[in-house]
Design a protein around this ligand. Structure first.
Ligand code: TXA
Ligand code: MG
Length: 325
């Protein structure tokens, strides 16, 4: 099988029609979202969800985010507390996922939630939202990449990785945010950060007046099991906080920071010449893939500030650099 690729800039209506048909037949479709490309399937259809896990090689204990068209649709599947509703009203549609109690007999299949009594919900922007509206049911969608690998931010990334396993890839251009959604869970009125992402913690604190509670260590985020192991891993190994380049390394840097031995770098990628963290996030996965494609065995990365989207960038880099199985 080789995936059909439809570009929404020229064939948006056809893309919606074809995607709805493939979804209705119980197959996943790779779709653009503002964060990363998703591998979307009907969240109420167990055969379709099984195909997501198979296509990615993803462990089935790792639940999927269910994507909704609007808040009214989300309320049919999950129960909102006041803080979660405020977050939804402020940041949706956008790169925020809320973990919420699942309504009983909601119709979302337990394969999508990995049997949990909660569900991760997000309202995406753009084509993805239009598709959910046209299809009429929530779409379960993880990132459209082989489990453990770097997430795709273009249709080309998806086609290179999974093209021979998919029927349809929708091309919506480069994903503007570039890192996955921020995942939050509200409990007892307190906001816990399960995964940093496209909405910075400071924005959440400003919107709610509440402090975002970060997990104390990796063990604390067991609720998001996909986040524990080595993840986002390119083929090359990754060396963080580099202040120098070793022979044969590719360099990923942020702006014109001084780097010793830079002339030895096999290639240099600058996440944002002006040091802008939103631009850096948008380029991160593409540059990791490009650095990998040079064939270098190691990627050295200069320090990234921790504020704003830097928290999500550092989270993904730490997982890319984590010891592999
Ligand atoms: O931006 C994104 O969030 C992208 C786009 C496609 O929407 N999706 C994405 O999905 O990053 P995925 O599967 O790569 O990451 C979803 C994370 C996993 O770590 C999973 O464990 C967690 O969300 N998750 C899903 N449902 C959960 C639940 N009920 N409780 C706790 N964690 C949950
Ligand atoms: Mg993923």
């Amino acid at each position: 099988m080789t995936a059909e690729i439809i570009d929404i800039t020229t064939d948006r209506e056809k893309a919606l029609e074809r995607a709805c048909a493939v979804l209705a037949n119980g197959f996943p479709v790779a779709i653009p979202t503002e964060t990363v490309y998703g591998l979307a399937a009907d969240a109420t259809n167990p055969a379709a969800i099984t195909r997501i896990y198979e296509t990615k090689g993803r462990p089935r204990f790792n639940p999927l985010i269910c994507h909704m068209a609007d808040l009214a649709m989300a309320e049919r599947y999950a129960v909102f507390d006041p803080v979660s509703r405020k977050l939804a009203e402020t940041f949706w549609p956008g790169p925020l996922t809320l973990i919420l109690p699942l309504r009983s007999e909601s119709g979302i299949h337990s394969l999508a939630t990995a049997g949990l009594d909660t569900v991760g919900i997000r309202l995406p922007r753009g084509f993805a939202a239009d598709l959910i509206r046209a299809y009429g049911k929530p779409l379960a969608a993880p990132s459209a990449n082989t489990s453990g690998g770097v997430s795709p931010t273009s249709a080309r990334h998806v086609a290179d990785d999974l093209g021979d396993k998919l029927k349809l890839v929708i091309d919506g251009g480069a994903a503007p945010v570039g890192v996955e959604s921020t995942i939050l869970r509200v409990e007892g009125g307190a906001i816990r950060l399960l995964r940093p992402g496209g909405v910075a913690a400071a924005e959440i604190e400003t919107a709610t007046g509440l402090t975002v509670i970060r997990p104390e260590g990796p063990a604390a985020i067991i609720e998001a099991p996909g986040m524990l192991a080595s993840h986002y891993a390119p083929g090359a190994s990754v060396r963080l906080n580099a202040d120098h380049v070793e022979p044969g390394e590719v360099l990923i840097r942020l702006g014109a920071v001084p780097v010793k031995g830079i002339e030895q770098a096999a290639a240099i990628f600058d996440l944002s010449p002006s040091g802008d963290l939103a631009e850096a996030a948008a380029n991160l996965f593409d540059y990791l893939k490009r650095a990998d494609a040079t064939g270098a065995t190691r990627i050295a990365v200069t320090p990234i500030p921790g504020h704003g989207l830097g928290e999500a960038i550092n989270d993904r880099l730490a997982r890319a650099a984590a010891p592999r199985k």
